[in-house]
Design a protein around this ligand. Structure first.
Ligand SMILES: [Zn+2]
Length: 271
């Protein structure tokens, strides 16, 4: 709860900052002029009536200031909620049936949403400069590909001795059914170290993964399935799965240590 409250304060500050460049400054300026006028009149006499006018004006200005700031904040929040980069796809939220994405192709043949391409390239270049060799293990997937992956995982589990029900339940901890995978959005990449390309708990010890987890927010990415948030995301910890949400949201989510689910909840709770 405390974190959500802090996030709320952050939102209010953002709204005030945005308004600060125009609307809010206008109010301050207007208020200053009103008081200046009243003070000048006050010096010339007729104190009683002028005091009354001043208080009335001040009330109007304060009310107007509050309304305008609230309007600006509501507008910012509304825009945030509609932001396509914050599209929620998890086990409870399927990819919208009419979802379409423009794709860009990486040098290695993987595809990602065009909108994340530049920031992804910047992040991979920065990682390289820092001495890390990052490999894209997976990026955009079609529904068919997602279905294949789930079936493969179920078969692997059954091969290892599980019955079909157990095999499916276990597979669903790490592989989404088709239509429910973030990889189908084009906003997600699985990134691994060239020296350890395993998608398991050892990945977090690699230099590439340590760098990515520390710096990804600067490029608009978040590690989507963190440790300790499994009940919220519905997924096991995956240190390699990075989701693009845009630089602003990535920074806020990182500072507040919240998942996309928690972040969207916090936005929704504000009017
Ligand atoms: Zn992934």
């Amino acid at each position: 709860m405390r974190k959500w409250k802090k996030l709320g304060i952050g939102m209010a500050m953002i709204a005030v900052c945005i308004a600060g460049n125009g609307i809010y400054y206008g109010i301050e300026n207007y208020k200053g002029q009103q008081f200046e006028t009243a003070r000048t009149k006050n010096e010339t006499g007729k104190q009683g009536s002028i005091t009354q006018v001043t208080e009335q004006n001040a009330t109007e200005v304060v009310t107007s200031e509050r309304n305008t700031t609230e309007d600006a904040m509501a507008k910012v929040l509304e825009e945030r909620r509609k932001n396509p980069l914050l599209l929620l796809v998890n086990k409870d939220h399927a990819l919208p049936a009419d979802y379409e994405v423009s794709l860009a192709t990486l040098n290695d043949g993987h595809q990602v949403a065009e909108v994340i391409y530049d920031d992804l390239m910047d992040m991979l270049s920065a990682a390289k400069e820092a001495g890390c060799s990052v490999v894209v293990a997976s990026a955009y997937r079609t529904e068919d590909r997602q279905e294949q992956l789930l079936k493969q995982e179920i078969r692997k589990n059954m091969w290892n001795g599980m019955n079909e029900e157990e095999a499916e339940a276990d597979a669903l901890l790490t592989v989404a059914p088709y239509g429910y995978s973030e990889h189908e959005t084009g906003y997600t990449v699985d990134l691994v170290d060239v020296n350890n390309q395993m998608l398991d708990d050892t990945q977090e010890t690699t230099t590439a993964n340590i760098w990515l987890r520390r710096n990804c927010w600067k490029y608009g990415f978040v590690m989507r399935y963190p440790k300790g948030k499994e009940d919220i995301t519905g997924y096991s910890y995956e240190s390699w799965h990075f989701r693009y949400v845009g630089k602003e949201a990535a920074k806020e989510m990182t500072v507040e240590h919240v998942t996309l689910e928690e972040y969207l909840n916090a936005l929704a709770q504000r009017k």
